[in-house]
Design a protein around this ligand. Structure first.
Ligand SMILES: C[S@@+](CC[C@H](N)C(=O)[O-])C[C@H]1O[C@@H](n2cnc3c(N)ncnc32)[C@H](O)[C@@H]1O
Length: 440
């Protein structure tokens, strides 16, 4: 978790100083910014001067980011992209794997970038030069990822994460495993540790990149990526500056009216929950600083649905993607839980009940008749999550590595806090609104 008030220490010596010289020499522009140490976020970007953003009073518009000054610019020629992979890692032969679809023996963009990076680390150690060497030298080392990136944890440590986090971790582990296997099958000989470090570098530092090249027209979104020197120094906040791809390169523009000198500037990586930030980037934000945080309840709810329920939900477009935040459960969860009240929704004799359910989905029925029964089920989901959380917190206390223990405890505590909030919204602080009392 990061505190924006961490006192920044400008990173003006060593590898970071060499990198900023290299960056300016190659056309990267950042007139009022410098990198700084901002523990626990590692490096970040701070202002050296006051920065003016869009001025809503002067322009009468709040969302016109083009009116703020461009605070950072990285030209296209310096990006690591699918097009220049062979320039980044001469002789790697990776370009041909990008021409093939992944299902036809090709490699994902993520796997190709990680391979090129892992290969260059070896080549640099053997004495080869690399045009991007100064940039590579400022990336975090493997030991910096060990405590924070769950992908690097043991299975036992990962199992103590909340189900909503663990589900994302399992998906990520699947992706990593597929990429590593495919890369090894192509004859690249990396250890799992070497490849994992490079894969995490790509995971935590890529920008969405879809230039106006025909090669990108039909390319699936997950393959549209680039690594971007300097702009990859920015940390994330939910209201950070805007990153845009222009015909000449990436730009960063502020979205707030002004930033004083000597403050950290953030960009927004996307509208991400803390579970996502934790698994994909190895950090999470205090609840009050992440307006997009929510808890997926899918892993708890899906196993409670019968095959019949799943078929009906799927036909209506309501299967999966269930969540709550500190205010309430989402509508999709309501839809699933309401359907659970009908034991056999596909039986002819239940068609009337299913019609009532569909009327609720369409907004033609307020659902008040079933409200208590639905709430009982929702409260049951919260109870079960809480029981899991209490068990996991006890187990986490036994873990050797404190950094991992702290991460697991922090996310569980956030989730248990949200569980309390959403329950209080449903039944009142003491349960008196519903005749159900809870020990908080
Ligand atoms: C694109 S890099 C940003 C630069 C990075 N901090 C560094 O030291 O090189 C993304 C990584 O920065 C860290 N990070 C980004 N935003 C953060 C935040 N708000 N709080 C804590 N860590 C953050 C995470 O480790 C994440 O994986």
């Amino acid at each position: 978790m990061t505190d924006r008030k961490t006192t920044p220490t400008p990173a003006v010596t060593g590898t970071h100083a060499l990198f900023t010289l290299w960056a300016r020499k190659h056309g990267i522009e950042f007139p009022k910014l410098i990198p700084a140490y901002l523990p626990p976020a590692g490096l970040g970007i701070i202002s050296t001067d006051e920065i003016a953003g869009p001025d809503p009073i002067r322009h009468g518009r709040t969302n016109d980011t083009s009116l703020g000054e461009v605070i950072a610019f990285t030209p296209n020629a310096l990006l690591l992209t699918r097009e220049n992979i062979e320039r980044f890692s001469p002789g790697c032969g990776l370009r041909s794997f990008l021409r093939q679809k992944v299902d036809d023996g090709g490699l994902s963009s993520h796997a190709v970038f990680a391979t090129a990076i892992a290969r260059e680390i070896r080549r640099i150690a053997e004495g080869h030069e690399n045009m991007w060497r100064e940039w590579i030298d400022v990336w975090p080392k493997a030991k910096e990822f060990r405590g924070s990136m769950p992908l690097m944890w043991s299975a036992e440590e990962g199992d103590l994460l909340p189900p909503s986090t663990k589900r994302l971790l399992d998906e990520q582990r699947g992706k990593f495993k597929r990429d590593f296997k495919a890369v090894v099958q192509k004859g690249f000989e990396f250890t799992k540790q070497e490849f994992m470090w490079a894969w995490i570098i790509v995971n935590t530092r890529t920008l969405f990149y879809k230039p106006a090249h025909s090669a990108y027209n039909d390319l699936p979104r997950e393959h549209c990526m680039a690594l971007c020197p300097f702009i990859d120094y920015f940390n994330h906040s939910d209201d950070g500056c805007k990153v845009q791809l222009t015909p000449t390169g990436f730009t960063v523009t502020p979205t707030k009216p002004s930033h004083p000198a000597n403050t950290q500037l953030f960009v927004t990586y996307g509208s991400h929950s803390n579970d996502f930030l934790l698994v994909e980037y190895g950090f999470n934000l205090p609840l009050e600083k992440n307006k997009w945080d929510e808890v997926s309840i899918t892993p708890t709810l899906l196993p409670l649905l019968s095959e019949e329920h799943k078929r009906v939900l799927s036909r209506e477009g309501f299967l999966g993607n269930y969540a709550f935040d500190k205010e309430a459960f989402c509508f999709r969860t309501q839809a699933a839980v309401r359907l659970m009240l009908i034991e056999h929704p596909e039986m002819d004799s239940n068609w009337r009940k299913v019609e009532v359910w569909k009327n609720f989905l369409a907004g033609n029925d307020d659902g008040e008749r079933e409200r208590y029964a639905v709430e009982e089920k929702l409260l049951g989901l919260l109870d079960s999550l809480e029981a899991d959380g209490e068990r996991a917190l006890l187990e986490a206390d036994k873990l050797q590595r404190q950094s991992i223990r702290d991460v697991i405890k922090m996310r569980w505590e956030q989730i248990l806090g949200m569980t309390n909030d959403v329950r209080a919204n449903m039944v009142g602080e003491t349960g008196k609104w519903r005749g159900r009392s809870h020990v908080m």
